[in-house]
Design a protein around this ligand. Structure first.
Ligand SMILES: Cc1cc2nc3c(=O)[nH]c(=O)nc-3n(C[C@H](O)[C@H](O)[C@H](O)COP(=O)(O)OP(=O)(O)OC[C@H]3O[C@@H](n4cnc5c(N)ncnc54)[C@H](O)[C@@H]3O)c2cc1C
Length: 364
């Protein structure tokens, strides 16, 4: 029996993959309703379709344009992005797992281990605890992973705060906006993502004073101060040296900090990681080594290096970067390779525009 804690994208997709391989899987989720509460913008590149075919009711909107804004510059580039209803996406993946044969236990919280091959879960209705036999235990329980803690794995060292709210705002429904300035969005960026004709998901990531920056951004971008709902959370920073397997305990998704450090996007990386972990469990491979060696691990390392570089940018550097990105040949490359294919993207950008190398000084 494999017990997977957390029915977010990482846990449900892994449960689906393992059940499809004929494994006995129990998926344990502390919330009554899968996918709630939402703490996510739900925007992904069309690369998502390499993993799952999204049903129409999961898709809130599609954006064919991205507007990138720095202090004194802006560009519009073509793109192909899906804005999802994140709660429906999580439900869809959990249903895929159930259809493949996984058992699901909602409203049950993992509270610890009971020896090496058994876990304790608590029914949140009546506080009753029960034991579940588990040959393997997977923590897919998000950035504050209880599984990691109970297994004695070190917690994630660095986070960004992600503050996001749904607000009324009429924008071009086909375009999402990203804002770059290390003074307004320290070490991260801001975004406005339209989910319907008159509603957007407006937010930012920040390494400090997120609340202050959020309200300043809200004031600048909208007249309406009415928050329809909050969808905030934290972004763990990828750490290639993090231990993600200890004996029969594994971590995946945000619990393993498998998130793109450039954007905080963790949905597609968590699906890629689930595929690697499934292979490691089935073929009894060392997941710590395997993940770093595989393309998905190398991609996250590249995102981390780019993040470390961006963190040293001044507002003038962002203006200069956007100036280079305005060129048609660069825009074409940006459309050809999305951010889920960072290796060919970076290489092609350097070939098309060697002046990007100016920024390599920030790598060291
Ligand atoms: C503000 C914000 C915006 C974001 N926007 C995007 C975006 O646009 N695109 C993108 O790709 N990524 C985005 N992300 C990141 C993305 O949300 C995460 O990377 C993704 O949710 C990771 O999936 P996961 O399955 O690893 O973890 P989660 O989605 O966090 O799922 C973990 C699950 O475990 C359950 N759980 C936790 N503890 C226990 C326990 N003890 N027992 C049982 N169950 C438990 C939780 O209830 C939850 O269902 C955003 C994050 C934030 C904070």
């Amino acid at each position: 029996m494999i017990s997977i804690i957390g029915a977010g994208p990482a846990g449900s997709y892994l449960a689906y993959l393992l059940a499809k391989k004929g494994k006995e899987v129990a998926l344990i989720e502390e919330h009554e309703k899968i996918g709630s509460p939402v703490q996510c913008t739900g925007i992904v590149t069309s690369s998502i379709e390499k993993f799952v075919k999204l049903p129409n009711d999961v898709i809130a909107n599609r954006c064919s344009k991205v507007i990138v804004i720095s202090k004194n510059s802006r560009i519009t580039a073509n793109t192909d992005e899906v804005v999802m209803w994140r709660n429906k996406f999580d439900e869809f993946l959990a249903n895929m797992a159930i259809d493949a044969g996984a058992k699901i236990l909602t409203n049950h919280q993992f509270i610890g281990f009971n020896g090496k091959h058994s876990i304790k879960v608590k029914n949140r209705d009546n506080d009753e605890t029960k034991e579940i036999i588990a040959d393997y235990v997977v923590g897919a329980d998000g950035p504050s992973s209880q599984v990691a803690k109970a297994a004695g794995l070190e917690p994630i060292k660095k986070f960004y705060i992600g503050m996001q709210a749904k607000v009324k705002l009429k924008t071009d429904i086909e375009a999402f906006e990203t804002y770059f300035s290390n003074s307004d969005f320290p070490q991260f960026f801001g975004w406005v993502v339209p989910e319907s004709e008159d509603t957007v998901r407006l937010g930012l990531g920040s390494s400090s004073n997120a609340k202050e920056h959020f309200y300043r951004f809200l004031e600048k971008r909208t007249d309406s101060k009415e928050i329809l709902c909050w969808e905030s959370g934290i972004f763990p920073l990828y750490d290639p040296n993090k231990t993600i397997q200890k004996d029969n305990v594994y971590l995946v998704g945000d619990a393993a900090a498998q998130v793109k450090a450039t954007t905080g996007g963790g949905i597609i990386p968590s699906l890629k990681a689930a595929e690697i972990l499934c292979g490691c469990i089935v073929n009894k491979k060392d997941y710590n080594k395997e993940f770093k060696k595989r393309k998905a691990g190398r991609e996250l390392l590249l995102h981390l290096k780019i993040r470390n570089m961006l963190n040293k940018f001044s507002d003038n550097d962002y203006d200069y970067l956007l100036g280079l990105m305005k060129q048609e040949r660069v825009k074409k490359t940006l459309k050809k390779y999305d951010r889920d294919q960072p290796m060919p993207l970076v290489l092609s950008l350097l070939l098309k525009e060697p002046r990007f190398l100016k920024f390599s000084k920030f790598l060291f």
